[in-house]
Write a protein that binds this ligand. Structure first.
Ligand code: C2O
Ligand code: CU
Ligand code: CU
Length: 427
């Protein structure tokens, strides 16, 4: 803690070695460690300040993905921290409880810097009382899911043989930096905070016995009500909070299953996408209740608002609307306090998604239809199934700055690095 109630966090970016498996250690990057970083946890209303020390031999940045904050604090490509330097962003947390995260955002090198290991979770809590499992590490479990390819010397391989048009796709799954992970279940219900922390891979989560589980929160916070399902997609950068019920003594595997979007996910079709993610091992006696509350948060409510502006975004060939990202070009300005609708379409055969900084948006329609339950909550990143038109409503509030832009982009990091990104300012 610092002066006048500000909470101060110190984050050191460093290079090191991590032993993921037998044989040589892997050269990695981490935050306050050699791989990944600590979970940052704050409450709505708190003022936070970070001292981000860059102990690496090159400039990088730390972006707070999903956070509503001034553009100059966003940690995007305009807030590089030079090697040996320290960056001190500060802001007041003002958004509902949610599972956010942080990662580097250097134009042209985001994929590389993230692949080496600079990633962590950023959890926001608030005062909305909902009876969900909430004991961190016991029944409220962070899961950063990543794929990695190792070469013969156990070094991260990039580019890898399956790279192609998606970017790096690895054949080994890491959860929180661990290969072949398991979790000892001690309660009837467990909440998993899932982050797709991969550069390019799409996950289609489900359990080995096809049990049903409840989606309770998306990128920006709680859904209005739980959605029961046996499968859930997460594209790179998306988060989901799910609640799973266990029986005493059982073992079950969380997996990723092949995509059933058919040809719409392009090159992913050629892969064997059946992957074990994590094994759950339940104790012979489990504590706590087994009831998921039927009412969770407040549903997004932008549908009836007057729309100040409608904009279109077509993603194709590493460009958005036929333009590549340029650091010195601001694509447009939005008016503070207004609601805009952004119509986004994936115009070619490859997998893309769409992420907007500073805001959480509401998916109004997908191809004119109301969205499926997993797209009914607040989102900051959405999977774009090929050819479908997504209408996203978002309100821009606070933090006007005519000179410092926020980003919007595809979160497949090779696409982003190659230019599938643009910049806007809030005026
Ligand atoms: Cu997760 Cu522009 O970033
Ligand atoms: Cu972001
Ligand atoms: Cu893309």
């Amino acid at each position: 803690s610092g002066a006048s109630g500000t909470r101060v966090f110190t984050l050191g970016l460093q290079a090191g070695e991590t032993r993921f498996k037998g044989g040589p250690a892997t050269r990695t990057w981490g935050v306050n460690g050699t791989y990944l970083g600590p979970t940052i946890r704050v409450r709505r209303g708190e003022q936070v300040e970070f001292a981000v020390h860059n102990g690496l031999d090159q400039a990088t940045s730390l972006h707070w993905h999903g956070m509503h904050l001034p553009a100059a604090m966003d940690g995007g490509p305009h807030q590089l921290v030079p090697a040996g330097g320290t960056w001190r962003p500060r802001w007041t947390v003002d958004q509902p409880a949610a599972t956010l995260w942080y990662h580097p955002h250097v134009h042209g090198a985001t994929g590389d810097h993230m692949y080496r290991g600079l990633t962590g979770l950023f959890v926001v809590d608030d005062d909305v009382a909902v009876r969900l499992p909430s004991e961190y590490g016991v029944d409220d479990v962070p899961m950063i899911v990543q794929d990695r390819a190792f070469d013969g010397d156990n070094q991260f391989e990039q580019p890898v043989p399956l790279a192609g048009s998606l970017g790096v796709i690895g054949d080994e799954i890491l959860v929180n930096g661990t290969i072949g992970p398991y979790f000892d279940v001690t309660t009837r219900l467990v909440r998993l905070r899932l982050l797709n922390g991969s550069n390019a891979r799409l996950y289609h989560f489900g359990f080995s016995d096809d049990r049903r589980f409840s989606l309770v929160a998306t990128d920006g916070g709680l859904l209005a009500e739980p959605w029961e399902t046996d499968r859930l997609y997460l594209s790179p950068g998306e988060r989901a909070e799910v609640v799973v019920a266990f029986e005493p003594g059982e073992r079950v595997e969380l997996r990723s299953y092949p995509s059933d979007h058919g040809g719409t996910l392009g090159r992913l079709d050629g892969f064997d996408d059946r992957l074990d993610i994590c094994q759950f091992r339940a104790a012979n006696a489990l504590s706590g209740d087994a009831e998921v509350p039927g009412v969770l948060g407040a549903a997004p409510h932008l549908a009836g608002e007057p729309i100040a502006e409608t904009r279109s975004f077509a993603l194709a060939s590493d460009q958005i609307n036929g333009r590549s990202m340029a650091m010195d070009r601001i694509d447009f300005g939005v008016r503070e306090g207004t609601v805009e609708v952004w119509e986004v379409v994936n115009d070619n055969g490859y997998l893309h998604n769409f992420h907007v900084h500073d805001v959480q948006f509401q998916v109004l329609t997908v191809d004119g239809e109301p969205p499926e339950p997993p797209l009914r909550g607040w989102k900051d990143t959405v999977l774009l199934v090929q050819g479908k038109r997504y209408r996203l409503a978002m309100r821009f509030r606070d933090h006007t700055d005519p000179n410092t832009p926020y980003m919007y982009h595809c979160h497949l990091l090779q696409h982003e690095d190659e230019g599938m990104m643009g910049q806007f300012v809030v005026l």
